[in-house]
Design a protein around this ligand. Structure first.
Ligand SMILES: [Zn+2]
Length: 365
């Protein structure tokens, strides 16, 4: 087994002789008794499999090019974000598939989606939670269409081809938001939604920009960010309500579209309802709530329902018993820097209208 000189050295080593000693024997190192059990064998197999997948991914991670690094280091960023990105790019981030796993005996499976192995690329780009946060962001990245590049490869391309420095900065604030949310998930078992990740990233970005340039936000701009108000000068919110008189069920659907026609968010929900106007008003409320959660500051709400659209004027209220709902809509409307309501033809809110129809109306409550 060993070369002759090594074997001779081994054989010449002095070993104390214990009169009670037994012959050498094989023991299983994964149980305290040294005896193999199927359960411990199963866990060892899972661990080895995860480690293999992680290392095969890890090997594909490349660093930034010289031009990429140069542009990266020239960016104005908080030191903690530079540090995070540097560690992510150089594969030095303590992901579950990395060092933590060996020290803490954690599984390498991502705790946010329970599907992927938590390598850097999964954490920031491929995890469904991160994907959604990116998709809702003003950057509108769609990592469903990703070509499988590593995080470093993606970042390098993006840094060198991004339309402006502000977009690159914001994308790195998004990474920071994703990392914090992931830590809350791993260490505090808190679930942070994609919309919340986006909101926080925008907030950090806003605070950082304010500290760099002095706060020059116009009065009335509340939770939104400068990036949002610049990239999204006018988001259109298409809303539509549907009502099933027999079941007394309403459905609300909404779609937020940016100025490039990209869908920032769309969805639908169902609820107990009693009139078509109630369903239309609920759609309006949900549309505004979603826009608010996305950090949008300026929007035009579009509906094909005249009564709902009239709520855009200050002095109009909904008839009893919808007056409280109407008042909530008006409060939400006033919390935007700019928000107007527009009556449009059914064809404009066609997508929201279709979403209404696919709502699981019968699976309600
Ligand atoms: Zn995941």
């Amino acid at each position: 087994m060993f070369p002759t000189p090594v074997a001779q050295n081994i054989m010449s080593m002095y070993l104390p002789v214990d009169p009670n000693s037994h012959h050498d024997q094989l023991i299983w190192g994964r149980t305290s008794t040294g005896i193999y059990t199927v359960k411990s064998g199963y866990y060892e197999a899972i661990n080895l499999k995860e480690a293999n997948i992680a290392s095969s991914y890890g090997n594909s991670t490349k660093s930034l090019t010289e031009a990429g690094w140069k542009k990266f280091w020239a960016l104005k960023l908080p030191a903690k974000i530079q540090w995070l990105i540097w560690r992510a790019v150089t594969n030095a981030l303590p992901t579950l598939s990395g060092s933590n796993k060996r020290v803490m005996q954690l599984s390498a499976v991502c705790m946010r989606c329970s599907v992927g192995i938590e390598i850097v690329q999964h954490l920031f780009l491929d995890c469904i939670v991160s994907k959604r946060a990116w998709r809702y962001s003003p950057l509108g990245f769609d990592f469903d269409k990703s070509d499988g590049s590593s995080f470093a490869e993606w970042l390098n391309d993006w840094i060198l081809t991004a339309p402006d420095l502000q977009s690159i900065q914001f994308s790195l604030f998004m990474c920071w938001g994703i990392w914090l949310a992931r830590n809350e998930n791993v260490w505090e078992e808190a679930v942070v939604s994609p919309v919340e990740i986006l909101r926080r990233a925008q907030q950090y970005f806003q605070i950082f920009n304010a500290s760099q340039h002095g706060d020059q936000r116009p009065a009335g701009l509340t939770e939104s960010t400068e990036l949002t108000s610049q990239v999204l000068p006018g988001v259109q919110i298409h809303v539509d309500g549907a009502f099933n008189n027999h079941e007394k069920i309403g459905a609300a659907a909404w779609e937020c579209i940016d100025q490039y026609g990209r869908c920032l968010h769309c969805g639908s929900c169902t609820f107990l309802s009693y009139t078509p106007l109630h369903a239309e008003a609920m759609a309006c409320l949900k549309g505004l709530q979603v826009a608010k959660e996305l950090g949008i500051s300026q929007c035009v709400l579009q509906s094909d329902n005249a009564a709902v659209v009239k709520l855009g004027s200050k002095s109009v209220a909904l008839p009893y018993p919808l007056h409280m709902l109407g008042s909530d809509i008006c409060k939400l409307r006033d919390s935007f820097a700019l928000c107007s309501f527009m009556k449009v033809d059914r064809s404009i809110v066609e997508n929201a209208h279709k979403l209404d129809r696919v709502s699981p109306v019968m699976n309600v409550l």
